[in-house]
Ligand binder design. Structure first.
Ligand SMILES: N[C@@H](CCC(=O)N[C@@H](CS)C(=O)NCC(=O)O)C(=O)O
Length: 214
């Protein structure tokens, strides 16, 4: 009996938690859904959405942010020092502000989606990217909270690998060309042994963009 992560077969909102469990050598199983199989499973989840972490005893935890923090704590990837923990959370909440800008674009028809995303990137999106770049530069491009890897580093890595995968209409693969510190940071986290090992095992689909040299 091990943990189960219920989600779709994409990185998305489950990937940071998968990475935490994997880096922490905590056994878990991925349970994947498709558009066709999800509706039948939906009612069994606490809030009708995924990701959901299922415990060996059948208990279920929803909300990606809660699952990330829980799995990070299990794996030693959530700082024990309260201030460092707050700095890790601060980075993740700023990243969420950036990611949330795109939420309203997901279900738009292609042409409108591309236009909306380009407008976001030209405006509020670039403001947030500049802030994220400044934040990463302020820690000397090392780790976001203290002197070791935390779930916040993984969160930035996952978001920027996803965004530069070429799979998001309207978001260019060279999104980070004007943000060299963010780009170097993404590459550095991709090269962390536990992260690299995960993508050596899981390189299907757009996870090719999660490699150090992508
Ligand atoms: N705030 C939630 C949002 C979860 C969410 O939007 N899940 C989507 C997939 S990314 C979902 O389950 N969609 C199917 C549905 O709502 O029926 C979280 O971060 O976990």
């Amino acid at each position: 009996m091990s943990y189960k992560i219920h989600y779709f077969p994409v990185p998305g909102r489950a990937e940071v938690s998968r990475l935490c469990l994997s880096i922490g050598h905590i056994p878990y199983e991925d349970v994947h859904y498709t558009g066709a199989t999800f509706p039948e499973a939906k009612p069994k989840f606490p809030f009708g959405q995924v990701p959901v972490l299922e415990f060996p005893d059948g208990k279920m935890l929803a909300q990606s942010g809660a699952i990330e923090r829980y799995t990070a704590k299990l794996a030693g990837l959530y700082p024990e020092d309260p201030l460092q923990a707050a700095f890790a959370d601060q980075a993740v909440f700023l990243l969420n502000d950036f990611n949330d800008l795109f939420t309203s674009t997901y279900n738009l028809p292609l042409e409108e989606k591309v236009k909306a995303r380009q407008e976001i990137l030209a405006g509020k999106g670039s403001e947030k990217l500049k802030m994220l770049e400044k934040l990463v530069a302020s820690v000397g491009g090392k780790y976001l909270a203290g002197d070791k890897l935390s779930y916040a580093d993984l969160a930035l890595f996952v978001s920027f690998s996803t965004m530069t995968s070429g799979q998001y209409d309207g978001i260019p693969k060279d999104l980070l060309k004007d943000y060299p510190t963010l780009k170097a940071f993404r590459n550095k986290i991709a090269s962390e042994p536990g992260v690299k090992a995960y993508y050596d095992r899981n390189s299907e689909g757009f996870r090719a963009a999660f490699k150090p040299d992508a």
